[in-house]
Design a protein around this ligand. Structure first.
Ligand code: SF4
Length: 627
């Protein structure tokens, strides 16, 4: 063992000894050594860490043992919460009495997660009467309560607000980074909640952020996040999509109209704002005609003309604002908002072989997006400058390369799960059901779900790849699951409340869609059966994926679709066994798996589970648990 590895392993032992149920996990020690070594050499490491490895300590411990500053970037809020409420406090306690190891940590979010003191002041002083008088009564009430709460809150952070409120109220009291003129130009810059959170993060050794904030920081030339030695991308199988989003440019008529309204408050004459508003409507109309379509490059004439028209008007507004400089918040906000709008308009007009432009319909509004097909160039600077640890329970084949990281698939470290899947689990592949979309599938699918739930006695997470099938199945099985087995459905209540109910009502069943394929941690008897209605292939007509498929050529299905389905399936199946004493069945109700050549590739993330296609074996498995 190298000295760096030894130091990290010693710290791990000390931390584990302080845990309530101290447990040595060889996979965790192995991961700690790999990460310690990577930090020592300043390279990059990709670790597939099976469920139960304890991967968060697997990377945090060597970072602290090496005295490095790190950003931990995660995909789900559940993982952020786990780091903040369990792992980091535990580590802090374990390191507190050693001055060489003592450290501080912080969670940092994007600007629109914090109240804006400038906006609060405008509303409180009556300077922005419209925020209250123009808003519906319940929204105005939420705004008043948020402003009153913000006056005493030390954080001003959205998730700390102790009462519920609507999105539109929050938008009135917060500011996106595109509207904020910057702390140096703001009268409240010194007490700004976002700036305080950033200062706090600047002084911390470990900063937890989400992928989106990390991606936006890369887009802003790394101006927002503090400098760091190490970055950890946990749940890295989702990184490509998020970076693709943060590197994309999105324009809607509503966004242009919002820029016009923000500009209006900073202009002495309304003419230019009215003109931009009119163009916003024209842009919306023109985009609506292309809804659902991928666009040619260069863009169709109508769209191109509307975008250029909006750009010219933004230029004129900025000229006007610069001609009468002012430090009023309205003027500064108008300048920031119109500048950002102009920047977005210019970016979206740039075509290139790596850009895919398309129009989608989002809640009735047409949205133009220009997205990069590949994100390797976005992350290139990270791999050059920073020690990077990429980890997840599932690393899809080819993923590091798509992220621009030169690591061969066989160089990926695979740390096995400590769980005994051969004894603890069973994988049931139903090969006798009609294929998805077959006319007789729905009643057979519903009957099989009921049979499975009957054999487990409830405690099932039933996952669907479409809302339509979820709703039809839930309606058909409502009241049919057996005595004492309640059904919860995803849109019944917010995710946290739903999971709390499912966890507490231990024989209940939870019917949900893809949002529950990950971030669900229900150990013990409350979850003994995971049912997946069909192989979760990505959407067939996704413009960005279509472009990637075209680039991949003849083998696109195996290169793009199959790894994505395998990763999603492994994540969903990973909800089942969360501790060494859990027992249960994963059931996949898609007969295509038995007929198609992609079976083994799709099942690559669950191959450690014994497999059967006989329902009676599932019944036996659960019968044995009851003995
Ligand atoms: S710096 Fe920006 S976000 Fe902070 S108070 Fe000022 S305007 Fe609001």
């Amino acid at each position: 063992m190298t000295p760096a590895e030894q130091k990290a392993v010693d710290l791990l032992e000390r931390v584990v000894a302080q845990m309530p149920h101290a447990e040595h996990r060889s996979g965790q020690t192995e991961m700690v050594q790999h990460v310690a070594n990577t930090i020592d050499t300043g390279a990059a490491l990709v670790v597939q860490a099976g469920t139960g490895t304890g991967k968060t300590l697997g990377y945090l411990v060597p970072i602290l043992a090496a005295g490095q500053t790190a950003i931990i970037a995660t995909y789900t809020k559940a993982l952020q919460d786990q780091l903040a409420s369990v792992d980091l406090p535990l580590l802090q306690a374990a390191c507190a009495d050693d001055p060489d190891l003592a450290f501080s940590w912080a969670i940092l979010k994007g600007r629109n997660n914090y109240l804006c003191r400038q906006r609060m002041s405008e509303i409180e002083t009556g300077h922005d009467q419209l925020a209250l008088t123009d808003a519906p009564r319940d929204v105005a009430e939420d705004i008043r309560r948020l402003v009153a709460w913000g006056a005493d809150s030390p954080s001003g952070e959205m998730s700390d607000v102790p009462f519920s409120f609507g999105d539109s109220a929050w938008r009135k009291v917060s500011l996106g980074s595109d509207e904020c003129p910057g702390a140096s130009k703001c009268a409240f810059g010194e007490t700004c909640f976002t700036e305080l959170a950033r200062a706090n993060a600047n002084n911390a050794n470990v900063i937890v952020v989400n992928f989106t904030l990390y991606g936006l920081d890369l887009e802003q030339d790394r101006e927002f996040l503090p400098a760091h030695d190490v970055v950890v991308f946990d749940e890295v199988h989702e990184l490509e999509d998020v970076i693709s989003d943060t590197a994309s440019v999105t324009i809607t008529g509503r966004m242009v109209a919002n820029a016009a309204e923000t500009a209006r408050a900073g202009l002495s004459s309304q003419k230019l704002a009215n003109a931009l508003n009119k163009t916003a409507k024209e842009l919306d109309e023109v985009l609506s005609q292309f809804s659902g379509q991928r666009l040619a490059s260069p863009l169709p004439d109508d769209i191109d003309a509307a975008l250029r028209n909006a750009g010219t008007q933004c230029d004129l507004i900025l000229e006007k604002l610069r001609a009468s400089p002012s430090e009023t918040p309205e003027h500064l906000r108008a300048t920031a908002a119109v500048s950002r709008m102009l920047e977005a308009l210019r970016k979206v007009l740039v075509s290139g072989s790596n850009i895919v432009a398309f129009v989608s319909d989002v809640r009735g509004a047409a949205r133009l997006t220009a997205a990069p097909k590949r994100v390797n160039h976005v992350l290139g600077t990270v791999w050059q400058d920073t020690t990077a640890i990429l980890t997840s329970a599932t690393i899809p084949p080819g993923m590091p390369k798509r992220l621009g990281l030169v690591v061969e698939d066989d160089a990926i470290v695979r740390v096995p799960s400590p769980f005994n899947y051969a004894k603890q689990s069973l994988l049931y592949l139903a090969d006798d059901l009609p294929v998805p979309n077959a006319p007789d599938r729905a009643p057979r699918l519903q009957a099989r779900i009921r049979e499975l739930i009957t054999s487990s006695g409830g405690s099932a997470l039933v996952l669907f790849t479409s809302w339509g099938v979820l709703r039809d199945t839930a309606a058909a099985l409502n009241g049919q699951l057996g005595k004492g087995i309640n059904m919860y459905v995803q849109d019944d209540m917010p995710k946290k409340a739903l999971l709390d109910a499912f966890r507490t009502d231990t024989t209940s069943c939870l019917f949900a869609t893809r949002g529950f394929f990950q971030g669900v941690d229900v150990p013990g008897d409350a979850l003994r059966l995971v049912i997946i209605d069909k192989v979760p292939f990505p959407a067939m007509h996704d413009p960005l994926l279509d472009a990637r498929r075209e680039d991949a050529g003849d083998g696109a299905f195996m290169i793009i679709d199959v790894p994505m389905a395998a990763a999603a399936l492994a994540q969903a199946a990973g909800r089942l066994i969360r501790t060494a004493t859990d027992r249960g069945v994963v059931a996949i109700l898609d007969p295509r798996l038995s007929q198609k050549r992609y079976k083994r590739a799709v099942l690559s993330g669950v191959e450690h589970m014994p497999e059967t296609n006989r329902l009676v074996e599932v019944e036996d498995f659960f019968a044995k648990q009851r003995v």
